[in-house]
Design a protein around this ligand. Structure first.
Ligand code: 4AD
Ligand code: MG
Length: 455
């Protein structure tokens, strides 16, 4: 069994004959011996392996070039040079797979654009290796956050007939004609109605919250949004808690607690990996995250936000006017320039929000809330839901949603309706916030954006 390099580098004492394996990052040769820098993906650090020319397998050294895979058996000895405590003196080395000269990740700087074009190889770089280890750890922390608070994890469907957000940004699910094998499609006959990839698990999640109390979903969601921005993807992962017997206040509290918890997780558990983002992406990253973890977020109504923006004297590209959506430049100004911290904006005009949000007593606004963070803008969108049957039915009528299609959803209000609330957090946007990465394409293994579904 090989020992992970992460464990080897953290060893407390020298050790006899250990097996390690990984990919060569660099090789340096001298007359008597060679040094291999080996990385196995378990951590940012490389294991330095010293191979004397007489070592069994050393005759293959010329083929152990950058990118080649190698296994090695050897002793862990105190490192002579600075940097790391331990290195390995090889007793035996084996070449597993060569990497010819055209291996694209030769030791030099590469642009993010180039690395996106080789998304299948980029996790072999230091930065993207760290990125996807952080992504993994953050997924685990999301589950832990909810499980520790007695939320139940619900698998809402990927294929659905409903449109939660009502924005018509859905991908249609169709089938190929099996007789011709060609790209000809059946129209709606497989499910006997039009089916789509889900834009949000919220509506189904609500039905489970109205049975199990507190639930969350965490899965892929899809938007056929033709937005060519650095914050929108056609396929992204969303975390959606839904709480029965909960109002807008409780909803905002949970979102803030969750962002803080995940930031702390990154700081404490992914410390080593975070270092590379601090070095190459955002020098102030750690300081910024520590501030977020330890300070309250700002909260203000949409009306107040609009007033502050209008009084700012700043020339925005998009107009700021009551009744219009806040654009990302407005959201970023509020968080970066004005409050200098994350901000939750609540009570938006009902006209710019979906049908399911609870109408406030002023009858102009709904209990929506968006959590905005510096560097990105919106990272969470949520609301208290309209639990009053009559009001919900009126909203549905205004949005041309039929009882035939949404009767199942209306049942939550018909039978034992309760105040309830929830939100959706874009997992990629959270990862951008935690790492300082500027483009959503760089925080998801295989990005899907308009015009980009290479493999
Ligand atoms: O604000 P949104 O559209 O809200 C909903 O879908 C609700 N049904 C959620 C709920 O209440 N259960 O999306 C929620 C979050 C956004 O704040 C953003 O972080 C992310 O999902 N998001 C996207 N992330 C990447 N690419 C896109 N195209 C995204 N669209 C939304
Ligand atoms: Mg939103």
């Amino acid at each position: 069994m090989r020992t992970l390099i992460r464990h080897l580098l953290a060893a407390t004492e020298p050790a006899e004959l250990i097996d390690a394996a990984g990919w060569v990052r660099t090789r340096r040769d001298s007359k008597a011996f060679s040094f291999l820098e080996l990385n196995d993906g378990s951590c940012l650090g490389n294991l330095q392996v010293i191979i004397d020319q007489g070592t069994p397998g050393a005759e293959q050294l010329p083929k152990m070039s950058t990118g080649a895979s190698v296994s090695v058996r050897g002793r862990l000895v105190a490192s002579q040079g600075g940097g790391q405590a331990w290195e390995m003196q090889a007793a035996e080395v084996r070449l597993l797979g060569t990497a010819p000269e055209d291996f694209p990740l030769q030791k030099k700087g590469h642009t993010p654009e180039f690395l996106r074009s080789i998304a299948h190889l980029r996790p072999r770089t230091n930065l993207y290796g760290a990125m996807f280890r952080i992504r993994s750890r953050m997924s685990y922390a999301v589950h832990r956050f909810f499980q520790e608070r007695d939320f139940h994890y619900i698998h809402t469907p990927i294929i659905t007939a409903s449109d939660c957000e009502g924005a018509g940004e859905m991908f249609r699910v169709t089938t190929l004609d099996p007789t011709s094998g060609a790209k000809q499609r059946f129209e709606d006959d497989f499910f006997e109605k039009a089916a789509h990839l889900t834009v949000s698990g919220q509506l189904e999640g609500e039905t489970f919250a109205c049975a199990l109390g507190n639930i969350y979903t965490f899965g892929p969601t899809f938007r056929a949004e033709n937005s060519h921005t650095s914050r929108h993807a056609s396929e992204f992962w969303m975390i959606e808690p839904e709480m029965a017997f909960c109002d807008l206040q409780g909803d905002m509290d949970l979102a803030e607690a969750m962002v803080k918890c995940l930031v702390v997780e990154a700081l404490e558990k992914q410390d080593g990996d975070l270092a590379i983002f601090e070095k190459f992406v955002d020098k102030g990253l750690r300081q910024r995250l520590e501030f977020v973890a330890s300070h309250p977020f700002e909260r203000l109504s949409y009306t107040e936000a609009v007033e502050i923006l209008q009084k700012s004297g700043k020339a925005f590209d998009y107009p700021v006017e009551y009744g219009l959506n806040l654009q990302s430049e407005h959201e970023r100004w509020l968080t970066e320039e004005h409050f200098k911290r994350p901000v939750t904006v609540y009570n938006y005009p009902k006209e710019i929000k979906p049908f399911y949000m609870r109408l406030n007593d002023d009858e102009r606004t709904v209990t929506a809330m968006d959590l905005l963070v510096p560097g990105i803008g919106e990272i969470v969108g949520g609301s208290q839901r309209e639990e009053r049957l009559e009001v919900l039915l009126a909203n549905m009528e205004r949005h041309s949603l039929s009882l035939e299609d949404y009767g199942w959803y209306v049942d939550t209000r018909k039978y034992g309706s309760v105040p309830h609330a929830g939100f959706g957090m874009g997992f990629e946007r959270l990862l951008m916030f935690v790492t300082g990465m500027q483009n959503i394409r760089d925080v998801i293994p295989f990005a899907r954006t308009p015009g980009n579904c290479e493999f």
